[in-house]
Design a protein around this ligand. Sequence first.
Ligand code: FE2
Length: 363
Amino acid sequence: MRIVIIRIAGQITFNINVNLRSRMRKLTIISLFFALISSFTIAAEVNIFSARHYDSDIQLYEKFTAATGIKVNVVSGKDKALQKRITEEGADCVGDLYITADAGRLGAFAAKGMMQNAGWSKAIKDAVPAQFRSAKWTGIAKRARIIYYSPERVNANELNGMTYEGLADPKWKGRLVIRKSNNIYNQSLVASLVKNNGKAKTAEWSKAVVANMARTPKGNDRAQIMAVAAGEADIAVANTYYHALMLSGKKGAEQQEAAKKVMPFFPNQQDRGTHINISGAGMLKHAPNKANAVKLVEFLLSTEAQNHIVNNTFEYPMIGGVTPNDLVPGKEMNFVMDTKTSVKSYGAKQADALEVMLAAGWK
Ligand code: FE2
């Protein structure tokens, strides 16, 4: 018996030349042959490289597998390590989707040639407004970077008409906390200012912001809120979901109490709106399971998945008809979002943003 295995366009076909006298033996061989074919069936799968550190994401992938039969393999790690691995593996990289927070991160990695056009389906394009996606990556959830203030030390008049630009006002001297310039959320916020106001103006703004800082930048977003609660500063810049996370008690009683001592303020309500960023997924350059990756993104944008995301990570939904968690500021979604500034500009202006911050002495 001779079995020739030929691969045509990804499908395996078999060419058998059976030369046996007994019909019965022939049938046995054929049965064995079909058993062999079924053992060759390639499992449907999708490979994810994720920098999101949420256990709740894993639960989502399990739901996707249950619904579609497509297995989800996850490599998780920090962005820097994941990007290094993807880059070094090159064409051998089996990753389909790179999932991370921040459009600046997605945009900058795509600009290095590490992603391909994803071929987003109509369902994805209908679900995600154009300013929150590119041909290579798309948002799956939204977050706002806003101001938190001490209601004891900041009065309503001081915040009236407050903007990100207003953080440079000398009235905030010694009263502001914000994290370091190497933080991607800050880089994207400052990139949006470069996009809207130009590099020169943003360079001046950065100097004035540094002059207003109550301390040398340190700690994460939650640490900035803690500083305001502790009286070390009067205003802080932080992402909305961190305040909700603190209020939830998941980060302990001390942070929960601190979160209750600050109030959220949404800047730029009279002009372009509050700075919005995304968590998103990008199609990697050598994705071997592109169609399955698109299916997974469609699932992540479903009402079921979006409800799961907003109630576990405290982000805002990417799609309409889903209500944010009760703990999130602006949960009624009645604040003006900056939908004028495409999140694509965060990656495009990232280098300029970092340059002006460092030149201003922003640690
Ligand atoms: Fe974060």
